[in-house]
Design a protein around this ligand. Structure first.
Ligand code: ATP
Length: 250
């Protein structure tokens, strides 16, 4: 099978501290792939290396056949790699529809003139409305993003990411800090995404991981402990040990 995204011997050090070490992973087109591991295992660092937010200390990142290790973030977004953050990154003064339309204008390279061109670009508004529909956000189109409940704000962030037309969507704890009912709704929306969007996500809630992921990679101490199907990972004594150890320590 062709690989959409892969890393070879990826590593990140800060002085003597090793955050990621020798990570070689492959992500197939259409994958629903979870990255799990205890706090500080290096999951966010790995996503930061994939997106170009951080430069690796060693190793390479390939998108399709292209070596993108040295590409800046915005070039990776142009090629179809988009991420969301653990923290809220929405503009407070815009409605949901305006936010998504602005993200589409930005994709089209028109964000500097969007206030002049918006009226003549009903196609952008149509695309934004369609995107909101996919995430069940149509009824919130005219609400200021800052007035939305937190769970819906996370959905809007996913809408903004989708506006870039990603081939790979990288989600860093999309359900962090939101109530269980809302996080299930959020993952239902992610589950409805078409298969031409590959999803790699970090998640601590094992119920969500095992409900949604088809492949799981376990990181411990910056290294890959193991990778497999949810059934294989659930049955792996090394994984149990890592999580039991965590539970024992509080
Ligand atoms: N800029 C930095 N400088 C120094 N150390 C850092 C930096 N960023 C992260 N680290 C350290 O690297 C380690 C891995 O952090 P990372 O955020 O990747 O882990 P994580 O698995 O995503 O953790 P969590 O699940 O708690 O979000 C941590 O010990 C963290 O303190």
């Amino acid at each position: 099978m062709n690989t959409l995204l892969r890393t070879e011997g990826l590593g990140k050090r800060w002085g003597p501290f090793v955050a990621n070490s020798d990570i070689s992973l492959r992500f197939e087109p259409g994958a629903r792939h979870a990255l799990i591991g205890p706090n500080g295992a290096g999951k966010t660092t790995f996503i930061n290396l994939l997106t170009g937010y951080l430069a690796p200390s060693e190793g390479r990142v390939f998108f399709g056949d292209e070596d993108i290790t040295a590409l800046p973030q915005h070039q990776r977004v142009k090629r179809g790699m988009t991420r969301t953050f653990q923290i809220n990154t929405l503009f407070a003064g815009l409605t949901v529809l305006e936010s998504v339309a602005l993200a589409i204008f930005e994709r089209e390279g028109m964000h500097r003139v969007w206030h002049r061109t918006a009226a003549s670009r009903s196609d952008v508004v149509d695309e934004a409305v369609a995107l909101l529909g996919r995430l069940n956000l149509e009824r919130d189109a005219d609400t200021l993003t800052s007035n939305l409940p937190y769970g819906k704000q996370r959905l809007v962030e996913i809408a903004l990411a989708l506006a870039t037309r990603p081939k790979v969507l990288l989600l860093d704890e999309p359900a962090a800090g939101i109530p269980t009912a809302e996080s299930a709704e959020l993952f239902d929306a992610i589950a409805r995404l078409p298969r031409d969007v590959t999803v790699l996500f970090i998640e601590h809630d094992m119920n969500l991981v095992f409900r949604f992921a088809e492949r799981i990679t376990v990181l411990v101490g910056g290294k890959v402990l193991t990778e497999g199907t949810p059934a294989g990972i659930a049955a792996d004594p090394r994984v149990k040990e890592v999580y039991l150890g965590e539970a024992e320590h509080g």
